[in-house]
Design a protein around this ligand. Sequence first.
Ligand code: 5AD
Ligand code: SF4
Length: 437
Amino acid sequence: MTTPKKLFIKTYGCQMNVYDSERMAEALGGKGYVETQTPDDADMILLNTCHIREKAAEKVYSELGRYKDLKAEKPDLKIGVAGCVAQAEGEEIIRRQPLVDLVVGPQSYHRLPAMEDAVRTGVKALDTDFPDDDKFETLKSRGKAKRGPTAFLTVQEGCDKFCAFCVVPYTRGAEVSRPADRIIREAQELVDAGVREITLLGQNVNAYHGHPQGLAGLIWELDKIDGLARIRFTTSHPNDMDDALIEAHGTCEKLMPYLHLPVQAGSDRILKAMNRKHTAESYIRLIERIRAARPDLLLSGDFIVGFPGETEADFEDTMNLIREVHYGQAYSFKYSTRPGTPAAEKPQLPDDVMNDRLQRLQALLRQQQTETQQSMVGRDVKVLFEKAGREDGQMIGKSEYLHAVYADAPASVLGTVQPVRIAAASPNSLAGKLQAD
Ligand code: 5AD
Ligand code: SF4
């Protein structure tokens, strides 16, 4: 038997990249690769990259530079760049960093095995096409090997929204939905391998149209899978929250009460300049409707501060929207200029103004998150246990609201959903006591 070759994949950015990395590892598994946790003993290093903000892209180049000595010691080592930086910069990566052998975009990674053959002959391989063939059909099925209790499943890719700040419509292309029957088949394979919770992924997941009833239709199909306990989805756009999906939050027991629904800003002037095609008011009314369907829903969001032209009054509108909505969790960013996007043409705000606003915004979001965490003390939640904790006898899982929850429990709880009474809260996790069923 030949010794397996080793593959080290480092993943940056969003959950869709986490899913793609798994699929790339599976594709290269067919060529005799097994994954390793360190670059030091790898025969191939793949960086699955993110281009959403400038810093994310720069990290890739600094990481590549670190492999210089490794490559000098081991000339057979092949280095590849995948993901959105690969898509956006293509050949430029090979020009800027000659250590790179292979560049593959997010829509063509099913061709990795053939590209691997090519780089082994000493040539460089580049593929950033948006091919007509469906990569998911070319990739192998998910395999029978036992998996952990949670998994991601990409159901939709790309974005047609063209928010003025965002590279996604350029790096990931137009919105494409996978057919529902294929997704159901993949979900069944995951459940057969031990998965209990599936998070449906898409850059604009609620614009999913691979089922006649949209994302809600797909969720109700997945609801029928025995052994699947929980369904989640991310990331959504406010304009695609249709009535059926809102209703499913109230009626589908497997759909968890957590929703990531980015608004980005709270000023109508800025929302218009961002090309968001909704107002602060319409977003707030939408949240009211979703909360009417599912009152205990935990809401999460994304915010950008310092978009070109943002005044102090615009920023205050964002703060007021946050106060009105109240988020259990949120992500916030300083505006980052992305070449090729419409906003990149506009004059930028000074960095100190952006830093100051980001700090104030994050303080408010932190306060709301802390309040939300504290409000859980004394409550009973259902925890899907995922792994052992650092302390002896401690197990870690997620509540239905996606809180990390610690509890003393036997290892037999792993992969099961158990009732836990919350006893203490910290900003990023909860601790509780396992209850008798
Ligand atoms: N600058 C800052 N944040 C951005 N995001 C997307 N593009 C940019 C940008 N140019 C943020 C948005 C989006 C999240 C994934 O990243 O908030 O929802
Ligand atoms: Fe980017 Fe806007 Fe599309 Fe989200 S909806 S991926 S922020 S363009």
